[in-house]
Design a protein around this ligand. Sequence first.
Ligand code: SAH
Length: 268
Amino acid sequence: MKIIPKKSLGQNFLVDKNIICNIARLIDNKSDLNLIEIGPGYGSLTSELIKKKPNKLVVIEKDEKLVNILKENFGSNIDIVNDDILNISFENYIIKNTVIIGNLPYNISTKILTNLIKFINKKNSIKYVIFMFQKEVADRIIAKENSKEYGRISILVNWKMNVKKLFDINPECFNPKPKIKSTLLFFEPKTKIFELKRSKTLEHITNIFFQQRRKIIKNSMKLLFSDYLYVSKYLGIDLNLRPQNLSVETYLKISDFYEKNYFNKSLT
Ligand code: SAH
């Protein structure tokens, strides 16, 4: 069957066999692994993943046409879920020794990542995650403080996971060819995660700070805390810095303070 790629579903299929094998090589050959692939397409990476003989391989694909092709090609070797990844709850699929992998649909890649982050806690058993992003998005995810790419997504990700860049992938490796390079990233949940009551707090705080990216943080602190002078002193924060100068830990400290002292006033 001929597949006409759907732009609305961010369909850029990997066609370069070398790259596909290089990605699959990153997955351990361990039979106790439970693999989840997001957006398998017609299964170019999936067929390499099967060779790893995982305990279980679940693929989640929204496009019904592709699901039919997957069923034909892989039959009962894999669990095929025909659903929107943004509608499903990760909880239902994550069991012990879970590895999540995906050449993500780029239009919703950060949304998928932020949904996953919300779910990550000390108790769950995600071993690692391998996701492909547009290079620019990946650069923002791995950015460190004091760089211009550093922002909300870098902070949110680094709160719960260690992340590293694996390699870039040229547009020629896909069909259709995307306009820009892609980057493969590796995420590993931290063993110690700074505890916040709600992910929303950190999202709220970073939103306020980075809405005024170029301004000194005094403005944002004023917005958040009526007694901002006291709070900044208490937390040891220099009000003349810009949002990109604060470390992830500092944002977590601010969020923690906010939750403990201001929570009821604002997030209701
Ligand atoms: N992994 C494949 C395809 C990548 S393209 C390959 O590398 O060749 C992205 C894939 O995600 C497509 O198959 C697309 O149909 C699927 N997709 C897009 N939006 C989705 C969603 N909301 N939920 C699940 N899958 C989705």
